[in-house]
Design a protein around this ligand. Structure first.
Ligand SMILES: [Zn+2]
Length: 227
């Protein structure tokens, strides 16, 4: 059985510090209620630091992170103590790092705009068609990596929620990984996944997208009786 590498203490400390800060920032915005959300950052080529299952993401400490190889093997980064339990959603993080080498960080939060708008779009969808949130004409689109103009049109995929992570990952494979150029995806009634070259870029995108989802919700109030 292969093991992820034990990483240098300073590399580990930097990764953890960046993710702790991202957790606090997300908590301040109300995106990680209860124990929701998870955060990860690549270390080197083949390993990542990721939040364990359980703690509140606004008050993370070093013991709340574990080291994972891209093969999914878990190991404590600095010694051989039995590692904490990984989150059920770890597979969705791994999938993005495996698919795209440029992904250096993945942020998943249960932000209200993403949660409500994704649910509404999924409810309005016609059977069988891929569901997306279309964002166009907003200056804020320039906060997305590689976007230089408000004339950009972003289609954020929405996948159906599931407690079966293999089924969810299969949907993401079909509707997200297969589309180059996407910056994020939504899980209906659940939240958002976004990624970037580093934690800062991923956080900038989640902040921009949540703002845009909020704009969409204000622009198109729910119809009477809509669910
Ligand atoms: Zn979640």
């Amino acid at each position: 059985m292969s093991h992820p590498p034990i990483v240098a203490a300073d590399e580990w400390a930097t990764a953890v510090a960046e993710l702790v800060a991202a957790g606090r920032r997300s908590d301040a915005r109300g995106w990680v209620a209860a124990t929701s959300g998870n955060f990860s950052r690549r270390i080197g080529r083949d390993a990542l630091a990721i939040t364990r299952s359980g703690p509140h993401k606004g008050a993370l400490v070093a013991e709340d992170f574990l080291l994972l190889g891209l093969d999914g093997e878990v190991r404590h980064p600095l010694h051989d103590r039995v590692p904490p339990r990984p989150s059920a959603e770890t597979l969705l993080h791994l999938q993005l790092y495996r698919a795209w080498e440029h992904v250096g960080a993945v942020i998943h939060v249960h932000s209200p705009g993403a949660t409500v708008l994704s649910r509404r779009c999924m409810s309005a969808a016609r059977g069988g068609q891929p569901v997306t949130v279309r964002l166009a004409g907003y200056e804020m689109l320039k906060a997305l990596a590689g976007v230089n103009t408000h004339e950009h049109e972003e289609h954020v995929p929405v996948v159906a929620n599931s407690q079966d992570m293999q089924a969810l990952a299969a949907q993401v494979e079909r509707e997200v990984i297969a589309r180059p150029g996407v910056h994020a995806y939504l899980i209906a009634g659940h939240g958002i996944y976004t990624w970037g070259r580093d934690v800062e870029e991923a956080m900038r995108q989640v902040e921009a997208l949540e703002f845009l989802f909020e704009c969409e919700l204000r622009a198109t109030p729910a119809m009477e009786g809509a669910r």
